[in-house]
Design a protein around this ligand. Sequence first.
Ligand code: GLY
Ligand code: MN
Ligand code: MN
Length: 495
Amino acid sequence: MAEELLPETPETVSDQAADAADEEPIKQRKNGLYPGVSDELAENMKSGWADTELHGLEPIPQAAHTADRRAALSRRFPGERLVIPAGNLKTRSNDTEYAFRPSTEYAYLTGDHTQDGVLVLEPEKDGGHRATVYLLPRSNRENGEFWLDGQGELWVGRRHSLTEAEQLLGIPAKDVRELPAHLAGATGPVRVVRGHDAGVEKALTDKVTAERDEELRVYLSEARLVKDAFEIGELQRACDSTARGFEDVVRVLDKAEATSERYIEGTFFLRARVEGNDIGYGSICAAGPHATTLHWVRNDGPVRSGDLLLLDAGVETTTLYTADVTRTLPVNGRYSDLQRKIYDAVYEAQEAGIAAVKPGAGYRDFHDASQRVLAEKLVEWGLVEGPVERVLELGLQRRWTLHGTGHMLGMDVHDCAAARTETYVEGTLEPGMCLTVEPGLYFQADDMTVPEEYRGIGVRIEDDILVTEDGNRNLSAALPRRSDEVEAWMAALKG
Ligand code: GLY
Ligand code: MN
Ligand code: MN
């Protein structure tokens, strides 16, 4: 990677405000900091560039949906100014940044993914709100920002002009460098989504309270509990892409055996980057006993014939919806008798869990249904003393089931995490909710309470289940789940 001619740290909104106030060209302002830039070159770089403004752009597909979401937000907080930042770049080292992903709240309400963007809903006198998205406009060529600033378009690529952004998002756009002054002059109640943009929060320090801001965050989490038609389509696309990523992995298992779990991680990542935005969370590529470590993301272990591979991975679409799917596969294409016994038990538990996903059911019902099956199996195998009711009451099965049986899924893998207990964990399932059903059994390699042959076996099966009007739909059904079907699928892929 080329080093920037004139490295700059990324600007925050407050820095940008300072820049905007200072009309002097960058080169003069940073007097002496830019050796090697002659006046002639600086002058030369100002002109000779074609007008590349794009005209007649169509709105992005989700624009109508984001308008509905903003209207619902407006109804919830009448008369209040609402500020929802996208967030800023995070430095990896020096002038190198981590890949940017906008805050879920900002992307949900705008469909935009631009760093430093801020959505502001201003209350209107006669009710409702006027939305404005504050963005960094095209780079200025006159003052040198275009090529002398680390975030200039010459370095990081063309941005949309504010007019283009308005057309794409269906939201009036203004220069983000005007925002601090605007917020400073604002009167009346304000709320901001915290944790994304320190500059914006600083500009609002005296106007907001943590408690009121939390109510905004909670609302935006709960608003996402029920997905709209666009979101359901995107979750399906995420699952379809993810299924192709799993197929990619099966096709290269011999290469993973020759190298490590990293080959699996890299193979899935390729699919995620080519078809989507990214992976939705760190892929868990856990072979052999690593499958018993719930969040095994180091992925640096061996992949051996005769072992199981637990692959928990999800493609995040370009619109930022992620799948979250797990399959536990026999590396050599065939489960051993004991692996099959444990796998089939988890499958049975998942079937019971999926059957409990329907409108009107309690959110906890699918977890309880899966846990009951797993407890029954553990008692049947003599690993824990029955009766099953006693095991469930005391939670004794949890030594081997370890985690909850699922969670809401959407733009965040653990979606709607700020929702209140009464609307989520103690709530009722409704059509449009999407959740994972992911029971597992995990026998740690050092668990002396189980027979030796169980030790080091971990199995999880995870699917993404949409609550429909009359039951549910498995969005990740393209991937087989039954042990014999998994084997047949693997055999077909390996040729
Ligand atoms: N991949 C994380 C989870 O299954 O929740
Ligand atoms: Mn998962
Ligand atoms: Mn999950």
